[in-house]
Design a binder for this molecule. Structure first.
Ligand SMILES: Nc1ncnc2c1ncn2[C@@H]1O[C@H](COP(=O)(O)OP(=O)(O)OP(=O)(O)O)[C@@H](O)[C@H]1O
Ligand SMILES: [Mg+2]
Length: 181
């Protein structure tokens, strides 16, 4: 077994491009496992929120304090003996390196799907405006997790319930008896 997968996780990071289903899947997964759910967007400093509201894209310099705040939250939760599922796009390897920061009890869950499927879901999503070209740029930025990150990769071409069960099955196969509810 991969060393990185050897400890039962206290934090799962549900990652993927915009519209891949992070918020939906992470919330349902947290409920299924009886863990806490967090949306990574909540950890943006006020300066980033103001920038995004003004329609300006964030730079990596803007992102480091945000990602550090999520990493700090992971440390806090794990130290307290609690468990959390966090929705966070984490498109680049460098972002994930900061989020995981060498912990072997933080696992990446990658929501994998085609651009066509996600574009279709975004077109139907209510209450969200999606600037044209954003999905294109998300796919250009995406650095899919590599084997040494020990990702749990799931296909999003399934129902929400089936995707959640797929993730639970992966977790249960790695830590028998630990993740069953
Ligand atoms: N497995 C699924 N089957 C059908 N629809 C889905 C599925 N997963 C998510 N959706 C729908 O797709 C849309 C995008 O999902 P969601 O908002 O969770 O994505 P997200 O990755 O959090 O996006 P963002 O990065 O913009 O926050 C929503 O309308 C959601 O209801
Ligand atoms: Mg979301």
């Amino acid at each position: 077994m991969n060393e990185n997968a050897s400890r039962p996780p206290c934090a799962l990071i549900v990652m993927g491009v915009s519209g891949s289903g992070k918020s939906t899947i992470a919330a349902k997964l947290a409920a299924r496992l009886d863990w806490t759910f967090e949306d990574g967007d909540r950890f943006h400093p006020a300066s980033n929120v103001a920038k995004m509201r003004a329609g300006h894209p964030l730079t990596d310099e803007d992102r480091w304090p945000w990602l550090q705040a999520i990493a700090d939250e992971i440390d806090r939760v794990c130290r307290a003996g609690a468990r959390v599922v966090i929705a966070c796009s984490a498109l680049k390897r460098a972002y994930r390196n900061l989020l995981v920061h060498g912990r072997n009890d933080v696992r990446i869950v990658f929501l994998n799907g085609t651009q066509a499927l996600i574009a279709d879901r975004l077109a139907r999503r209510k209450g969200h405006f999606m600037p044209p070209g954003l999905l294109d740029s998300q796919f250009k930025t995406l650095e899919s997790p590599e084997p040494d990150e020990s990702p749990i990769t799931v296909s999003i071409d399934a129902s929400v319930e089936a995707i959640v069960e797929d993730i639970v099955r992966h977790l249960g196969a790695e830590s028998p008896g630990r993740n069953r509810t």
